[in-house]
Structure formats: structure tokens, C-alpha cells
Write a protein that binds this ligand. Structure first.
Ligand SMILES: Cc1cc2nc3c(=O)[nH]c(=O)nc-3n(C[C@H](O)[C@H](O)[C@H](O)COP(=O)(O)O)c2cc1C
Length: 175
């Protein structure tokens, strides 16, 4: 499959088979993710990896909606950053997360981004705990790190159909 075919077929996957992701694949994903470009090559992205059911359950409860499916995922990556040496940690981290999703796709795995940064833990309490603070409860050793998002990964239970081809000509400005 070409790169273009792969990205055209990629869809977010939120339902996974009850099957562990092999350690070699996890390590390949980490290597690929850490090749991501970063501002001034500061390499600010940090990644926590978990296959722990208790932690996956904690992640699934981090927001009022949009994260529940993580409870049934076999594993997740928490995309974080050492924000002490760059103001572009979000940009760096987003590129890393994208790289991670494409790496997972290339390895026959499905994935879905779950956003953390700037989101409340409970929608009805916008000034209360935020999702990032809530997540730090399970990663205390990395508490100084900022968290952008979580990417859940696993073998897809079903493969969503690719998006139908669109006329995106209005999104491009030829100069
Ligand atoms: C910045 C960003 C935040 C996202 N946040 C969530 C989320 O919190 N929960 C979720 O289920 N999906 C989330 N997604 C996945 C999007 O909903 C999904 O990519 C979009 O609907 C397009 O579908 P596709 O990935 O299948 O093409 C997020 C994606 C991005 C890029």
C-alpha cells in the first residue's frame, strides 16, 4: 500500500478487539513517533505508555464525553511535553501524535486521539479540575510535564469505511 492509500483509508477507531498489541509493535510506534520534527529540534515530546486496565479506566473518566471508549482499549499512549525549553510544545506534541497514529496505521492497528489540553474534567464544572490535572493523578512521576492528548491504540474490531472523496478545491489557494 502506498502512503497516499494508507492516509486515504485511515479512520479513527474507537472499538478494539480483545487482543494485546505486541511489544515489538509498541516499540516501533515509539521509535516512529520520536522521529517527529520539533521546533529547533528541541524534542520536547514525552510519551507515557499504558496497558494497565486501571489506568485505562482512569483515562476513560477524564472528560464528560469523548473519552469513555478508552476503557475498552487494550492500550494508550499519553502524549506529553517537557514545556520548560520551548513555547511550541503543543505543536511539537501534535506532530508526534499524528506520527503515532500513522505508525499505528502502517502496522495494521487502529487508533483514536482523545484531547486533554484545555478540557475540563467535568463539563458542568468548567472552573473545576481539568482533564490534564485529573490525568496527572496516575502519572505522578511526570507531573511537571504538560499533556496534549491521549491516543488509544489496538486491533480494530471493525474497520470504518474510508471517507468518501471530497472536492477540497475550496480549501486550497494557489498563488
Ligand atoms: C485535535 C483532535 C482532537 C480530538 N479529540 C477527540 C476526542 O476527544 N474524542 C474522540 O473520540 N475523538 C477525538 N478526535 C478524533 C476526531 O473526532 C476524528 O479524527 C474526526 O472525527 C475525523 O474522523 P477520522 O479520524 O475517522 O477521519 C480528535 C481528533 C483531533 C485531531
Amino acid at each position: 500500500m502506498t502512503f497516499s492509500e494508507m492516509v486515504a483509508n485511515r479512520r479513527s477507531v474507537r472499538k478494539f478487539l480483545d487482543r494485546k498489541v505486541e511489544q515489538e509493535k509498541i516499540e516501533q510506534i515509539l521509535r516512529d513517533t520520536l522521529t517527529a520534527p520539533s521546533s529547533k529540534n528541541c524534542r520536547s515530546t514525552r510519551i507515557a505508555v499504558t496497558q494497565d486496565a486501571t489506568i485505562l479506566d482512569h483515562i476513560s473518566r477524564m472528560r464528560s464525553y469523548g473519552s469513555t471508549f478508552v476503557r475498552e482499549a487494550p492500550m494508550a499512549f499519553i502524549l506529553m511535553a517537557d514545556a520548560s525549553n520551548t513555547d511550541l510544545w503543543r505543536e511539537n506534541c501534535a506532530i508526534s501524535a499524528t506520527m503515532l497514529q500513522l505508525s499505528a496505521e502502517a502496522l495494521g492497528l487502529g487508533s483514536c486521539w482523545v484531547h486533554v489540553d484545555g478540557r475540563p474534567h467535568r463539563e458542568e464544572e468548567p472552573n473545576g479540575l481539568n482533564a490534564e490535572e485529573y490525568l496527572h493523578e496516575v502519572i505522578p512521576a511526570t507531573a511537571p510535564y504538560r499533556i496534549l492528548c491521549v491516543v488509544a491504540v489496538g486491533y480494530p474490531e471493525t474497520t470504518p469505511k474510508p471517507h468518501s472523496p471530497k472536492d477540497d478545491s475550496d480549501k486550497v489557494i494557489w498563488l
